[in-house]
Write a protein that binds this ligand. Structure first.
Ligand SMILES: Nc1nc2c(ncn2[C@@H]2O[C@H](COP(=O)(O)OP(=O)(O)OP(=O)(O)O)[C@@H](O)[C@H]2O)c(=O)[nH]1
Ligand SMILES: [Mg+2]
Length: 286
C-alpha cells in the first residue's frame, strides 16, 4: 500500500465555518486589498484552493505566520518564491515590511480610483486565512491601540467594523475564515499537524501514526523528540506511559500531536519547496 492510501480521513465542517464561508464572499466584495495568511510550516498546503477566484484581480499580500515554528531556511526560500512576508506574532518581526507593502498597494489603489474618476476614499484591507493560523494576532498587531470604527458599508451584510491603519487605509476588524482543504488527505494530515483542525475532529491515534510516518519520510529530524521511534506503543513504553501495565497508546498519540503542533518536536517544514498550493495568479491589475 502506498503512503497516501494509508492516510486517515479527516472530516470537519462545523457550522461556524459554513457561515464564515457565506460571509467571506460578501465581505471580499467591498475590499480592495487582501492579506492572506498561510502557515510558514506548510506554505502551500495552508493556502486556499479557491483564493484566486475569491481574491479576483485585487492586489493581495501573502503573510507566512508562525515562522518561529518553521525551519528558517525553508521559510526564507518560500518567502522568496511566493513573494511572501514571514511575520512572527509575538515579537512582531516582519510587521514593518507588511506595513510598507500595504502602503504601496494603497497608493496604487488610490491612483486607480482617481484615474477612473471615482471619488477618493480609503483603501480597504481584509485578512483571510485558515482557522487558528494567526489572523487575529496579525489584526491586533496591525491595529495597535486603534479602535474599530463602526458603521454600515453598502454591500456588507453584517456591518463589521473598520479600523483606520493610515490616513487612506482601513482594515476590516473581522478576518475571513477559509475552510481547510480536507478532501486531499495529505493536505488534511498536514493541517491537523499544524493545528488548523482541532484534534476532536479526528481519530488521534490514526492521525498521530500517519504524522509520525510523514515525519519519517519528509522531516526525520523531528523524530528525535520521540527517540527516533514511529510506533506509538514503543513511544509510550519508552516514556513509561502505561495503563494496567500496557503501553498507553492513546496518551502517546495525544502527546505526539501536541509536541508536533506546539514546536516541541523542533521547527518544521512539511511542504516540499515548489509545491503548488494554488495555481499561480497573473499579476493583479491595479
Ligand atoms: N508560535 C507562534 N504562535 C502564534 C503566532 N501567531 C499566533 N500564534 C498563536 O496561534 C494561536 C492562534 O492565533 P490567532 O491569532 O487566534 O489565530 P486566528 O487565525 O485568529 O484563529 P481563529 O480565530 O480561531 O480562526 C494562538 O494561540 C496564538 O498565540 C506566531 O507567530 N508564533
Ligand atoms: Mg481569530
Amino acid at each position: 500500500m502506498t503512503f497516501s492510501e494509508d492516510l486517515p480521513r479527516i472530516q470537519w465542517y462545523p457550522g461556524h465555518i459554513a457561515k464564515a464561508q457565506r460571509l467571506l464572499k460578501d465581505r471580499l466584495a467591498v475590499v480592495d486589498v487582501v492579506i492572506e495568511v498561510a502557515d510558514a510550516r506548510i506554505p502551500a498546503s495552508s493556502r486556499f484552493a479557491r483564493a484566486n477566484s475569491l481574491i479576483g484581480s485585487r492586489p493581495s499580500v501573502l503573510v507566512l505566520a508562525k515562522p518561529d515554528l518553521a525551519d528558517p531556511a525553508a521559510t526564507a526560500r518560500w518567502a522568496r518564491e511566493l513573494g511572501a512576508i514571514p511575520i512572527e506574532g509575538r515579537s512582531g518581526q516582519g510587521m514593518g515590511l507588511l506595513k510598507a507593502r500595504l502602503e504601496e498597494v494603497h497608493r496604487q489603489v488610490n491612483a486607480r480610483m482617481k484615474s477612473r474618476g471615482r471619488l477618493p476614499r480609503a483603501a480597504r484591507a481584509m485578512v483571510i486565512g485558515l482557522p487558528n493560523v494567526g489572523k487575529s494576532s496579525l489584526i491586533n498587531r496591525l491595529a495597535g491601540g486603534r479602535k474599530a470604527i463602526t458603521g454600515d458599508r453598502p454591500g456588507v451584510t453584517r456591518a463589521p467594523g473598520w479600523i483606520r491603519l493610515a490616513k487612506d487605509l482601513e482594515l476590516l476588524d473581522t478576518p475571513g475564515l477559509i475552510p481547510p482543504r480536507l478532501e486531499d488527505r495529505l493536505v488534511a494530515l498536514k493541517l491537523a499537524m499544524v493545528g488548523a483542525v482541532p484534534s476532536e475532529a479526528f481519530d488521534q491515534q490514526e492521525v498521530a501514526r500517519a504524522a509520525l510516518a510523514l515525519l519519517a519520510r519528509e522531516w526525520p529530524r523531528a523524530l528525535e523528540r520521540f527517540g527516533g521511534r514511529t510506533d506509538l506503543a514503543e513511544i509510550a513504553e519508552a516514556r513509561r506511559w502505561l495503563v494496567a501495565g500496557e503501553p498507553d497508546v492513546a496518551r502517546a498519540a495525544r502527546e505526539v500531536l501536541h509536541d508536533i503542533r506546539a514546536g516541541a518536536a523542533g521547527p518544521l517544514a512539511l511542504d516540499p519547496i515548489g509545491q503548488q498550493g494554488i495555481p499561480a495568479r497573473p499579476a493583479p491589475e491595479i
